[in-house]
Write a protein that binds this ligand. Sequence first.
Ligand code: ACO
Length: 343
Amino acid sequence: MIPLRPIRSLILGVGACAPDTVVTNDNLAEKVETSDLWIRERTGIRERRMASPGESTADLALKSARFALQDANIEPSGLDGIIVATATPDMTFPSTACLVQAGLGIPGTFAFDVNAVCSGFMYALKVADSMVRSGQCETLLVIGAEVMSRFIDWTDRSTCILFGDGAGAVVLGRSDHEGEAGVGTIKLHADGRFWDLIHVPGGGSRQPVIAGKPAGNECTIRMKGAETFKMAVRTLEESVREVLKEEGIGVSEVDWVVPHQANIRILEALSDRLEIPLERFVVNIDRYGNTSAASIPMALDEAVRDKRIRPGHRLLLTAFGSGVTWGSGIVTWKGHPGGSVGR
Ligand code: ACO
């Protein structure tokens, strides 16, 4: 008797988008006391994208979703559900996922948001993967989307230089005929004792925005940058080692690291500690800054499109963010080594 293979999920398609408006470091130096050199040396960022007035997180999410569906060659009607990872939703409620669902024209499909800030995509992927593995769903849309620019204090030079807007999406399906390809181990963690390392104090029930009064600085990002930096490096290393151990593989068996793009120096430190050369990291922070939950699927899309990521490649996804939250996972890219992903 042929033993039954456990169900796995597989990334069937990926898509991403960023707003058209480019904000360079020099543009920011016109607003706050900083320089292109300081920002590049301390963060690796050269420019970031900013949503235009009226352009929302759901708009970006929907655009990236359409690209991912096209890539997977799946109609919206083929979806069982939509999960959006975002910390910058269009509204407190309803969820941004519901707005995406309406945009795709698929009433009845379940839709909800996940908020784990910069680790949001890892959390959403784990939830979606678990739903597919358990046999409850077959095809899901997992999106990371953010309009960080609406939550920035443009007079605070330590945070306004870091963040950007964008969205990335994957279509996740059952890996019935794909050998070992698919989503492997994903491990998630959080430590709420450190909630104040990166937070937006206002706009929630603790410090609501009063009707009729415009939101002030209480609705913008506060960050203890140096502490966050140290914790991110230590935690990401531990998290990566945890998933590698669980999968029973070594660092040499990882083809590409697709990390959350927080700061190039965090990635350099991680590369040193793990002894994975930075050349095997997908890095696009120079052009997009930190797009929070959107950064991993945006980087994934870029590296699949330019064919760095090939069929059969083993990817290591890893993220750290506000909460604090963190998580890492292994994904083996669809198709067979030497085959084509059809792009
Ligand atoms: N331009 C010029 N000088 C600046 C700027 C700027 N944009 N920002 C800060 N400085 C100054 C500071 O005022 C300070 O001056 P001082 O020494 O006179 O006091 C000096 O530069 C050094 O400041 P630090 O904060 O120690 O600078 P650091 O090297 O730590 O870099 C940074 C700051 C880039 C924010 C870094 O700490 C960082 O990237 N932290 C991690 C951020 C992160 O990983 N976030 C992830 C999650 S984000 C999320 O979940 C939403």
